[in-house]
Every structure is written in C-alpha cells, then in structure tokens.
Ligand binder design. Sequence first.
Ligand code: PLP
Length: 409
Amino acid sequence: MAGINQNYKKLAAGYLFPEIARRTKEFQKKYPDRELKRLGIGNTTEALTPAIVEGLIKGVNNLADPSTYSGYGDEQGNTTLRRVLSEYYNSKGITLSPDDFFISDGAKPDSSNIQSIFSPDSVIAIQDPAYPVYVDSNVISGRTGEYSSIIGEYDGLIYMPCTEENNFFPDIPDKKVDLIYLCSPNNPTGAVATHKQLAGFVKYARENKSVIIFDAAYSEYISDLSLPKSIFEIEGAKECALEINSLSKFAGFTGVRLGWTVVPEELIVEGTKPGEVRDMWNRRQCTFFNGASNIVQEGALAVFSEEGLKESGNLVNYYMENAKIIMKGVTSIGITAYGGVNAPYVWIKTPGGISSWDFFDKLLSETGVIGTPGSGFGPGGEGYFRLSAFGHREDIEAAVNSIKKDLKI
Ligand SMILES: *Cc1c(COP(=O)(O)O)cnc(C)c1O
C-alpha cells in the first residue's frame, strides 16, 4: 500500500501567505471602498529592460531556425553562460572555474534541493528569522522532529537568533552543526554580513568540517563597497562553502526563471576528496533536472553584457530608491527600522512592542497597507514586520503617505 511522506505533515509553514490573504479578504469585504497598498511580497514589478528582452528574443529566434535550433542542453547549463558567470566572479577578484557553476531554474529550487547531497543525519543551523525554504526542505527530508507551536520551533533544528543586539547577524554556534544556511543581504531583515562576520563562520566551518550554504540572491543590492557580495570573498571559504544566486531580484527574472549554484572543486566534507562534493551536485542535477531553458539562458547572457549590467544596475537602483522612501517615511514618524540600505527590505520594529500579527491588523485597518508579519519567518521575527521595496514608485509613495498620515503610534 502506498503511503505519503509523513514529514510533510510536520510542516507548520504555508500558514503565512494564506493567512495574509485571508485577513486581507476579510478587510476588503468589510470596507469595499478602501484602497489596498501592498508592500508585502518580495516580487519584482518593473519590466524587463531592453538589452535583456533582446537576448530573450534571440533565444526564441534561435529555436525558430533549423540551423540554430537546439533541444536538450547540458544539465549543468550553457557552456558560454558558465564561463561568463565565472568571469563575472573573476572580475570581482574571486577565482572560480566555469566547472564550479551549475545553471538552474532559480535559487529557491537550488536552496531546497541542495540538502539532498548531504547526509540525512546532518545537524542543520539556520538564521532566525529566515527565508522559510531552508527550514521546510529539511523538514520534508526528515532532518527535524515535530514543530512546537508554543515555541514556534522544530525539534532538532539549531536556530541562530538574529536580533537587534547582534545587528541581525547570528553569533557562531556554540555546538557542532553540519550545515549552516546564511543569507546576506538577508530576507527578511535586510541585514548584510560584514567580512569579519563571515570570516568567523568560515573559521568555524573549517574547524568543525561544516558546510555553509550561502544564499546571495540579493548580492547586487549591496552598494556599500566594504561589504562582501559573495562568501568566496572570504579566505578559505572555497573549502567549506557553496553559494546560490539568481537573476530574479537582480534582473527581474522572478517569472523568467534562472539561477545558479557555485560548488567549488575545493569544497570538502567528512571523507571526501576535492571535487567529490561538486560531482555529487552534478549527479543530482543530471538525475533530477534537465537543464535551464535555452531561451532564458540567452536572456541571462544578455544580463551580463555591458548594456545588460548597466540596465540591471538601474533596475536595482529603482527599487533601492523605493527602499529609501520607505525608510525615510517610517522613521519620520518615530518607528525604528533596519535594513533598507543594501537590501530591498525594511525591517521595522512594531511600535509599542505589539505582536507582528497585531501590527499587521493595525496597519491594514488604519492605512490600508499590507506588509508581512516578521513572525512568519521564524520565532525570532516576532515583534517585527517586513516592508518590501518591490513596487511601482507611485504605489510605494501612496503607501508611505498613508502610513505617515494615518498610522496611530
Ligand atoms: C527571492 C529569493 C530567492 C530567489 O529565488 P528564485 O527561485 O531564484 O526566484 C532566493 N533566496 C531568497 C532569500 C529570496 O528572497
């Protein structure tokens, strides 16, 4: 008799966005004339830029012509794109070989799939709060116990608190863990790790033979040149870290879909030689994945052209201007806010210390603005609230104006 994977039943998440939708719907029913302003989701809103559209069209045209048509490509990705990516890292002083790059359909799939190449009994450490995928993928693969709704934690997971006191970057674990998920710039807190902070984790990982899974999905939002955009800027990281990134937030590819994972040949774990971990990821991708879309990979090549990089940089600047407007607006009425400078998220401390969900209701009813309760990203997010800078300028301005005018604090 067939059975289901019982681990799915342990999942506590799936609760956040449906609950936001439920409360929003209820509000709309009660006040059909009130206008809603959404600062809730981390989804891009601005159109693809011209050079990139041209690249995508080239990809389509290649398929329309028998002399340039291609079917299945390499599971690891287009050879030219892998080389271009390695050159992009090299241009920033990070030496990686094209063979270290694996092109995929996004950072979310990669960050949930990567756990499958590691031992089922690995001890997992995550930042709290965090992007929910790291936790959920390990719950489904059986690396945790049950979820406790009282403390909001899964048994067996190591939560690394990211608080005001530690500037939202966790302290080094005080016990031995195997896989460490780090995301910088961070979703949801908008915090960016310094060289020194990452160097501390790299040192720990090398001493404990742990692996750092580094999610750099927002790396291009870093404008402060002193902050690292890649874990591989840290000496020794290639032996203990892999990195996941994507064009979703950099070039508006959220719906187009293209990401990559860097597994350096040097990366080793207990009992492996250099290259073996990389071979494992290659094996996983060749078994379960049939390569990213050839059309999309043409679009990705266009992102890394001179014009494409310039246009993508402008796109990032547009969202960061939104972030500035949000930051300025909320702090002008006395709200304490973090992030928003090198990341497209503003992480606000709920005024008066009310709960994340109470603030959600208050903000919605007083201003019509929808944000994301911090507690949805883990117990450490309680008492905080995420505002997203992804949106059209006029919508961001309207939301900020309502907050300034109507929020009672
Ligand atoms: C948006 C986001 C991603 C991107 O995922 P894609 O699958 O590439 O769209 C990855 N990690 C974090 C933390 C994100 O917020």
